[in-house]
Design a protein. Structure first.
Length: 233
């Protein structure tokens, strides 16, 4: 009696690893988030070590929960979000897994930012217009993440990606603000309330412009879906 041998199943093809060129944008985004991440780690270290209370950090010692949650969420959010810009990673299961982390991390970062703006004892230099800017960006970031989730549930991948990019641009605001503060720092000028609002707001504004440019560029690269031609009558 002859035995029937089953042919071994063909291994699933594995795409090539991301090239060095594909890592340029994610690497730059991770570097952009390095300064606020280091500053955040320093702030958490102050709280953990029960450092001396000063006028600068008093509000964090008075209410440590939102600042700790904000830093713990914002830093991994910026890193994971940067990796979403690697095309080959975006086409794999990793994209979905990390996306399920990005949304709660982003919502935590956004809502704790609003929490601190509303309930913390904000220094006088950060009040006024900057308070409004912070509330608008925090609420917008949370709203963009919710819209991204709703879009992907409708299988609208293009809109999902656009809303996620907009939310990520707001989340990266602290990194860009390092550079928007430089003109005043290099000039040796002291910040007053209007200058502080301009420097902070400019960071979010620059990121918003870049985000919209990236969204338009991605839409331009997407293949245009043409309606099927009618068959012969």
């Amino acid at each position: 009696m002859s035995t029937i041998r089953k042919s071994p199943s063909a291994p699933r093809p594995v795409g090539p690893a991301p090239t060095a060129r594909e890592w340029v944008v994610p690497a730059l985004l991770i570097l952009l988030s390095a300064v606020p991440a280091i500053a955040g780690a320093f702030r958490v270290g102050e709280l953990a070590a029960d450092a001396p209370v000063t006028a600068e950090n008093a509000r964090f010692f008075a209410s440590p929960v939102p600042i700790v949650l904000h830093i713990a969420a914002a830093s991994p959010y910026c890193v994971l979000g940067a990796l979403q810009f690697v095309p080959r990673l975006r086409r794999r299961r990793w994209h979905r897994v990390s996306g399920r982390l990005l949304v709660p991390l982003g919502l935590t970062a956004a809502l704790t930012g609003v929490w601190m703006t509303v309930l913390s004892d904000i220094p006088a230099i950060d009040t006024g217009a900057l308070t409004v800017i912070r509330l608008v960006t925090g609420v917008a970031m949370a709203a963009f993440l919710v819209l991204a989730v709703l879009a992907v549930r409708r299988r609208d991948i293009a809109r999902h990606g656009a809303w996620m990019i907009r939310a990520y641009a707001i989340g990266q605001g602290a990194g860009t603000q390092v550079f928007t503060h430089l003109p005043w720092m290099l000039a040796g000028a002291e910040f007053d309330q209007p200058a502080r609002a301009v420097a902070m707001g400019a960071g979010w504004a620059v990121n918003a412009v870049v985000a919209e440019w990236a969204i338009r560029r991605m839409r331009g690269r997407s293949p245009v879906r043409r309606p099927p031609r009618p068959g012969p009558s």
